[in-house]
Design a protein around this ligand. Structure first.
Ligand SMILES: CC(=O)N[C@H]1[C@@H](OP(=O)(O)OP(=O)(O)OC[C@H]2O[C@@H](n3ccc(=O)[nH]c3=O)[C@H](O)[C@@H]2O)O[C@H](CO)[C@@H](O)[C@@H]1O
Ligand SMILES: C=C(OP(=O)(O)O)C(=O)O
Length: 416
């Protein structure tokens, strides 16, 4: 099993180009199922989840031609309406084929995702919404089996804000008969990016970027050309890395307008940030100051950045409180950080971090995607060598992270 070896204590200096957003690219690839025409995508990140999603879509009959960070996909020959367990278990986002398959082909078989390292993560709201649109949905042998001769528009109020739930229902609604209103919709920029692509494909959507999406169904969608938005989580991860290790880096291909909370917290931590239209520069010369926060839906503090900011707090001056409100089990990195000498206690959904003067490298285990990133950040700041095991989690969502970090002076390499 591959690992990352990091020898901490090197300041970071130079430029890193940010890749396209994983959480925008995955639903956007699934949108290719909604049309028989060709959808041209650029700024698609090269990471494991994208490869897994392409493998799944190709199994269904979607044609996808890849060239560097561009993909042209054509759904004219899609005929296998199934997402098997082997795919869904490695990538929960496979659930995003449910809405498009049902809307265009009237049937879908999607393995029910189980829980994962960060929480139980049910998909009841996806099912509730599709049922409200007239689908007949049964759970058969571990699969969601959905059927609908033609979906019908409906007013759907989800019990909680759900990102992929909103995306699935949005895609389904584009080809439903009549009007669908999605209340309590997720406002994450990745949902907006998907909605913008769907609009370019001929979908009639109003309220894009708000928590109330109104969709007038159309008979068919057509091809389009779209650039995936830059990854705000990858951006924030590298900003946390320089905040923890010190140095001066400039990130390019970024969208600073979707990073407000992260930027505020980094400034509070003492990072000097300057930015232009598509770049941000971070300079850090001192020990970071501790920052407290609670995760919430966009535009609040993202749960996907919680672990990386916690790594910063471990070596910060002062104590902090980090409350996780989205997932019930997203503190798996805490025990690993404590193995590096951090001082973190957990009270319910809150981690209380007493900043220590320095961390000391040790072998640690990655338990999920962002936990892995946080351990890399901790390793960059620690004295001596940290070896992060199970980095297949990291590879799911980061595009060549160790190459990008070594290019700015980090001592990091893949082993095993
Ligand atoms: C591929 C992708 O975009 N993944 C992101 C997406 O995950 P994902 O879309 O799976 O997360 P959701 O927004 O759906 O989850 C939010 C909360 O709602 C709960 N819930 C959700 C749906 C449902 O039917 N029932 C239910 O109870 C979940 O268990 C969780 O507690 O949003 C999360 C929250 O910003 C991010 O951490 C993930 O990186
Ligand atoms: C939790 C994440 O992804 P996923 O929903 O694909 O598990 C993430 O990107 O941090």
């Amino acid at each position: 099993m591959q690992k990352l070896s990091i020898t901490g204590g090197k300041r970071l200096s130079g430029e890193i180009a940010i890749s396209g957003a994983k959480n925008a690219a995955l639903p956007i690839l699934c949108a290719g199922l909604l049309t028989a025409d060709t959808v041209h995508l650029s700024n698609v990140p090269r990471l494991q989840d994208v490869s897994t999603m392409l493998k799944l879509l190709r199994q269904m009959g979607l044609r996808a031609e890849e060239d560097s960070e561009r993909i042209a996909m054509n759904g004219a020959r899609v005929d296998k309406l199934e997402a098997p367990y082997e795919m869904v278990k490695t990538m929960r986002a496979a659930i995003l084929v449910l809405g498009p398959l049902l809307a265009r082909f009237g049937e879908a078989w999607v393995s029910l995702p189980g829980g994962c390292a960060i929480g139980s993560r049910p998909v009841d709201q996806h099912i509730k919404g599709l049922k409200a649109m007239g689908a007949d949905i049964r759970i058969e042998a571990g699969y969601i089996h959905a059927k609908a001769r033609k979906l019908k528009g409906a007013r759907i109020v989800t019990d909680m804000i759900t990102v992929t739930g909103t995306e699935n229902l949005l895609m389904a609604a584009t080809l439903a008969e009549g009007e669908t209103v999605l209340e309590n919709a997720a406002r994450e920029p990745e949902v907006t990016d998907l909605a913008n692509l769907l609009a370019a494909m001929g979908a009639k959507i109003s309220g894009i970027g708000t928590d109330r999406l109104v969709i007038q169904g159309v008979d068919s969608l057509h091809g389009a050309t779209h650039a995936v938005i830059p990854d705000r989580v990858e951006t924030a991860t590298f900003l946390c890395a320089v905040a923890a290790a010190g140095g001066d880096i400039t990130l390019t291909n970024v969208r600073t307008d979707i990073l407000d909370v992260a930027i505020d917290k980094l400034r509070e931590a003492g990072v000097v940030l300057t930015s232009g239209p598509n770049w941000i520069r971070a300079q850090m010369a001192a020990r970071p100051k501790a920052v407290s926060f609670r995760t919430t839906e966009y535009p609040g503090f993202p749960t996907d950045m919680q672990a990386q900011f916690m790594a910063l707090n471990c070596i910060a001056d002062g104590s902090s409180r980090v409350t996780e409100t989205i997932f019930e089990n997203r503190f798996m990195h805490v025990q690993e950080m404590n193995r590096l000498g951090a001082c973190i206690g957990i009270e319910g959904h809150t981690a209380i971090i007493a900043g220590v003067d320095h961390l000391v490298g040790a072998p640690v285990m990655a338990t999920d995607l962002r936990a892995s990133a946080s351990l890399v950040i901790a390793g960059l700041a620690a004295r001596g060598e940290t070896v992060v095991d199970r980095i297949y989690h990291l590879d799911r969502g980061y595009d060549r992270m160790e190459d990008k970090l070594s290019a700015v002076g980090a001592d990091i390499r893949r082993i095993g």
